[in-house]
Design a protein around this ligand. Structure first.
Ligand SMILES: [Zn+2]
Length: 303
């Protein structure tokens, strides 16, 4: 039997393969695969890159193996959706609010419920992006230019945000608030969220300072072994030095609907989610009004 710690370790080895620059085969006994709930769709979404990691689930001793694969390519047209509110006094300095609007699609083999709704992952984030756009448009006093982006194809490998990140000079981006899965309460309860890659810049500290006395708290990401900083749409810009972080409430060790067809709106805590959106706006105040600029990611330190 795998202890939760063993499970974490195996998962973390598998997850860290995503950024490795070699092909690999990981041999797993079938009961481990079952325990870790490794579903074919999860493999596809997590390991798509130039290099492949193949999970071989078997109970037989493996001395040699042969792999054959066929590829079926089809052309799909995809688009990011972007809105811009030009800055009043610092129009050349950009602040980005983003989320992804794609999810895992449809599983035709599931006869009970074939649709992956992705209510939490990441309709909750795109809801925040739209609400914030509405809010700042109404305020009409943003010093910096605000960019609101809903990305496509995050689950397939961050294609939408990668394309987006190459459309402008990253030096002009002062901060990126990527919002992922804020529909459930975090491990600390209501009115709290966490910031991935907290130690990579001082943006987290700025946000925490802006939240002092508001009743909201932002924490550093408690799931660092899951490499969340590199797994969402903030990663491409962060790799170019932009203070680009993901804000989330998702309990990565205990979200029963994560990447399942059961990620439905009925499972979300909309009251808390609405408060978290407000909390993001409060935390961003000094960055939106141009008073503070977070330090940049040291790209030399990144893998
Ligand atoms: Zn997501």
């Amino acid at each position: 039997m795998l202890t939760p710690k063993d499970q974490q370790e195996v998962l973390s080895i598998i997850t860290s393969r995503r950024s490795a620059k070699t092909n690999a085969v990981i041999v797993l006994p079938t009961k481990f695969a079952r325990l870790l709930k490794i579903a074919p769709r999860l493999q596809k979404s997590q390991f798509q890159s130039k290099f492949s990691t193949i999970l071989l689930c078997t109970d037989e001793p493996v001395n040699s193996f042969e792999i054959s694969a066929t590829n079926q390519l089809s052309l799909m047209h995809m688009a990011n959706i972007v809105g811009i509110l030009p800055g009043k006094t610092k129009p050349n300095e950009l602040v980005i609010f983003s989320g992804h609007y794609d999810h895992l699609g449809v599983d035709p083999t599931n006869k009970v419920d074939s649709i992956y709704n992705g209510a939490n992952d990441d309709a909750s984030g795109t809801t925040a992006v739209m609400q914030l756009a509405k809010y700042y448009a109404k305020l009409g006093n943003n010093a910096r230019t605000l960019v609101f982006a809903a990305f496509t194809a995050e689950e397939e490998g961050g294609f939408g945000s990668t394309y987006f990140s190459h459309q402008f000079d990253p030096e002009k981006v002062m901060a990126m608030f990527n919002i992922e899965m804020i529909g459930t309460q975090s491990k600390w309860g209501e009115n709290t969220a966490y910031i991935t890659g907290y130690e990579k810049t001082d943006m987290g500290e700025i946000l925490q300072k802006n939240l002092a006395g508001t009743g909201f708290t932002f924490h550093p990401d408690p799931y660092t072994d899951q490499h969340l900083f590199y797994r969402s749409d903030n990663a491409t810009l962060a790799r170019q030095g932009v203070p680009a972080h993901t804000i989330s409430t998702s309990k990565m060790d205990a979200e029963p609907n994560y990447h399942k067809v059961s990620d439905e709106i009925s499972t979300l805590d909309l009251t808390n989610m609405n408060r978290i959106i407000r909390c993001i706006a409060l935390s961003a105040r000094s960055i939106v009004n141009g008073a503070e600029t977070p330090s940049r990611v040291n790209t030399a330190e990144l893998r």
